[in-house]
Design a protein. Structure first.
Lengths: 403, 264
């Protein structure tokens, strides 16, 4: 009998132990972080932390914004790339040369440099551009009509151009996350879509709709996706891991906002459902629109970027304006069946004043020490994957008015 | 004279031992005689796994392995044509399966649900569970190696009544868990054990209902009607539908059974 067991166990254990093959070379080829080296970064950047950028996997155009008067010449550049990947830089004559970290790169005259990262296994590569741009004086009062939009590189969903003052000139929303959960969706099935001719003036407007994320979203415990539109960063990498952290709100802004005016129209969707997809009786879903102004640097010079978990509550918020909602005694959101947002099926211009709870320091303001958030959502609890499928918020002709 | 006596004694003892040998073959042989048939009713514990062979290089480490279920009951009919050679055929009903958690790197996954497909290259922990209920029909040649040892070898066909195949992906012990969407340069989507991403629940629909393989079986006759046995079913055909693209390698069921049998 022992013999039998031995005869069986020997091949079995051989199978398990000997079968781990040699590790294959890495296939990834990302720039994970870029830093520019200056002896005194404060003279060049608005924040010291701006001299180093961590790069999202979806990014390929890396732009450093420096003070308007900073005179940029050759700067030592260090890239952190995927383990084993090699870095090449395109030279002026069009060829590629290996790039040593810490080498000088000439960024004078707004030169845009192309970097080519090749994976350890040599089978994959990615192209990046890195540039250093002097900050331009920005208009405080913004008019946003959502007329300028186009499909993303994959042709799956729409992207809207944002005012230059906002990060990389694009509005952000949850569409890239929706693509992961519902890849079969057509561009017009996404939560954030344009409506040509749908605006109050007959031009295009923006439609945010709370959508069912489909079977994959159900598996991931994210049954609905609220339509959203905001300025800041959407970190699609975190969309499944920690959705609240995926929406990083706000971009540095050097004017003090006073109010937001927006043309809004709202269509009520179906019944309110919780994260598990159960209908919650006696609760009506509500749209949301808000403007937040916050200090973007802590006492130690660290970066502050509010996200879905604290966009209303971060202690660094100095000013806040929001579509009216019922709130609990502690200031948190109160789900109810009698919303007070006042929106209807008809277009109306809504005024959302910014209420300040702290002074805005003009010197800090001039040095981009505050960030501005403008954000819209078709479901106000969408960050928690609760809401009513079919809620629609139409938006057009948004005006930001500053002091 | 002495010599003669020795020779007689030697011959006598030789005859006796041959006789004893013959008795052993008779004693442990088929109940109805050396060249007859009978049956063996088996019950056993099944352990094994369904695995790609060899393991793809994307699998870096197997962190957990445990059998699921693991019961087999069946009956074989046999017929010995000579003292040493015979054939057998049977039906073994089984419930077998396993759970495994492996560290994978750059492992192609295709998460599909109804019309939705999310695919890409995953690095982190990959958990797989499978269970199968079915019947195996082995057709074996039997070699009686000694009075008490039988060795059988031959093909089998398994038919599955029910199969499940589930799994999920999340971060590994170093906190690394992400999917590169579509290709290694695609969006990097982080995944953690707090919010593991499961395989879709329709994987089992892509499993083939039958499997062909080879069985080897050692039977040891412990008592007059009681065998102790160990057998190995080594699948030679892929468990997946040829059109199933979510798993890029072939997987084979390899399960061993250890048990006792009533022999007649």
């Amino acid at each position: 009998m022992n013999k039998i067991i031995l005869r069986l166990l020997v091949p079995c254990s051989l199978l398990l132990a000997s079968c781990i093959a040699a590790e294959l070379d890495n296939t990834e080829c990302d720039i994970e972080a870029v830093s520019l080296h200056f002896d005194s970064p404060s003279d060049i950047f608005y924040h010291d932390y701006d001299s180093m950028q961590t790069i999202l996997s979806s990014e390929s155009e890396i732009v450093f914004i420096v003070r308007s008067y900073a005179n940029i010449q050759s700067i030592p550049v260090t890239l952190r790339v995927t383990e084993g990947a090699s870095i090449f830089i395109k030279t002026s004559n069009g060829t590629e040369a290996p790039f040593q970290n810490g080498s000088l790169v000439d960024f004078s005259d707004n030169q845009v440099h192309q970097f080519h990262i090749v994976s350890q296994d040599k089978a994959w590569s990615r192209n990046y551009t890195i540039s250093v741009v002097n900050d331009k004086p920005s208009e405080g009062n913004l008019f946003i009509d959502f007329e300028s939009y186009h499909l993303d590189a994959s042709g799956k969903y729409y992207i809207w151009d944002a005012p230059d003052a906002f990060t990389d000139g694009e509005w952000k929303n949850g569409n890239p996350g929706f693509k992961i959960s519902k890849s079969s969706a057509k561009p017009m099935d996404y939560p954030s879509t344009p409506v040509a001719g749908g605006g109050p003036d007959g031009s295009a407007c923006l439609k945010l709709e709370t959508c069912d994320t489909g079977p994959f979203g159900r598996l991931a415990g994210m049954r609905i996706a609220s339509g959203s539109m905001f300025n800041g960063i959407f970190d699609v990498g975190n969309a499944l891991l920690d959705a609240l952290k995926a929406t990083q709100f706000g971009t540095p802004f050097i004017h003090k906002p006073v109010m937001l005016r927006a043309w809004l129209r709202f269509e009520q969707g179906g019944s309110f459902q919780d994260r598990e997809g159960n209908v919650v009786e006696g609760v009506v879903d509500e749209p949301d629109a808000y403007i937040v102004f916050y200090r973007n640097e802590d006492q130690n010079g660290g970066k502050i970027q509010v996200d879905g978990s604290d966009v209303m509550t971060n202690p660094n918020i100095v000013g806040l304006g929001r579509l009216p909602h019922r709130l609990k005694a502690d200031g948190s959101d109160l789900l109810s069946n009698s919303p007070i947002h006042g929106l209807t099926n008809e277009w109306q211009e809504v005024v959302i004043p910014v209420v300040y709870k702290a002074e805005v320091d003009p010197d800090i303001l001039a040095n981009k020490g505050y960030s501005l958030v403008i954000s819209f959502a078709s479901s106000w609890q969408g960050a928690y994957f609760q809401g009513a499928i079919g809620n629609k918020l139409f938006i057009d002709n948004v005006q930001l008015i500053c002091e | 004279m002495k010599h003669k006596l020795y020779i007689i004694a030697a011959l006598f003892s030789l005859a006796l031992s041959v006789n004893a040998q013959e008795n052993a073959w008779e004693k442990w042989g088929p109940t109805k005689g050396l060249e007859s048939g009978g049956f063996i009713a088996r019950a056993g514990y099944v352990i094994g796994g369904t695995t790609p062979l060899p393991l793809p290089a994307e699998v870096r480490k197997i962190n957990a392995f445990s059998p699921k279920g693991g019961i087999s009951v069946g009956i074989d009919g046999y017929r010995m044509f000579t003292k040493r050679w015979g054939v057998s055929m049977g039906a073994h009903f089984f419930w077998e399966g396993f759970h495994t958690a492996a560290d994978v790197k750059n492992y192609y996954v295709w998460l599909e649900q109804e019309d939705e497909i999310t695919k890409g290259y995953f690095t982190g922990t990959n958990v797989t569970n499978t269970e199968m209920w079915g019947v195996t029909i082995p057709v074996l040649a039997t070699l009686r190696m000694s009075p008490r040892w039988n060795f059988s070898f031959g093909p089998y066909l398994s038919y599955y009544f029910k199969q499940t195949f589930t799994g999920e992906v999340f971060d590994n012990d170093d906190g690394i868990g992400y999917l590169r969407e579509d290709k290694p340069t695609g969006a990097k989507i982080l995944m953690s054990r707090e919010n593991p991403t499961p395989y879709p629940d329709d994987f089992a629909d892509h499993m083939l209902p039958m499997n062909l393989g080879l069985e080897i079986d050692f039977d040891w006759k412990a008592m007059k009607h009681l065998n102790v046995f160990g057998l190995l079913d080594w699948g030679l055909t892929d468990i997946w539908d040829r059109d199933f693209e979510a798993i890029t390698f072939r997987m084979y069921p390899i399960y061993a059974t250890i048990g006792v049998a009533y022999r007649y």
